[in-house]
Design a protein around this ligand. Sequence first.
Ligand code: PLP
Length: 357
Amino acid sequence: MKESIKHMSAYQAELPAEVVKAKYGLQHLARLSANESVYGPTPKVAQAIKATPDDILGYYPDGQATALREAVAKHDQVAPESLVFGVGADELIQLLTRTVLTPGSNIIVPDPTFGEYAMHAQIEQADTKKIPVQPATGQLDFDAMLEAVDDKTTMVWLANPNNPTGVFEKRTDILTFLDQLPKSVVLVVDEAYYDFVAEPDATVARDVDNYENLVVLRTLSKAYGLANLRVGYGIMQEPLYGVMQAVRLPYNLNTYQIVGGTAAIDDQDYLNQVVRKVIEERTAFQTFLYENQFTFYESQTNFIWIKVGDTKKYGARLLSKGYQVNDRLNAEWLRIALGTPEDNRGMQQVLLELKNA
Ligand SMILES: Cc1ncc(COP(=O)(O)O)c(C=O)c1O
């Protein structure tokens, strides 16, 4: 076994809602710990999956996910032959790491950020340099990230907006950073939460054409409400595109993922409705936090990162009231995904009671 992973602990996956309800004796449980969508996907996804004839089951799926490829290319205005599909963005993170990193190389990530970038680097026996975000705003420290680049650096990972902070960086700032990176360093901009951004010019997807070392990741797990279907993709140009296509498993997406994912992309009216509701709730929640003097970062996502002091105390109280949030990431900061309007008001009540206790 590789020395670097002998003591690695397993990812703490979410427990099924029924298990959590039974464990804590809850009637109602709002699962708001994994940034999923409380609105779910458009009903057209299930309709498309159910309409798929059973006789496909005995045959391998379309290894190029052609229908989904065409739908995504059209919607994102990118070339179909720049898209690599995966079992969630997770699989793209794994594959990119596997493709680019060698033992002894290093990656640069903001701190905090999504844990999988460092986890996969460790599996490939590469080091991770964590560059703290700016404490007051949660914005990235691009200068410090550039300074951290050395001759062993092969990748920089930015989640934009970032998880768990929810903080968004402008396209122009990302491109200025990219222009200063050595061409040998791959910049991955993970746009898992892109759909929730209420700012213009929020994506670097169409800049991939101009940079061989830029990769953009997207997922249908968040705004499209399809965390269970496991569909994500990367946008990149040659030579990385060809190598990634060669490295990925030939039939990584099954037909239900392809058909369901295509139906989701095709229903932009539904997506826009979800995004509108999330932004409305985010604005209301942040107004509440501001008015009650909580410390938090301005979010452009479907979750908010709040400094509460004793995270476990807040997490336990919220759970006892039926709100499962993420209290495992930081001792002082809690990550709360936005729920239904009713659940959001309920959580605010609990937060206020604890703050005033
Ligand atoms: C920043 C970021 N990237 C990627 C993922 C993984 O998404 P997927 O469900 O597509 O694997 C997540 C999931 O929470 C995330 O927060």
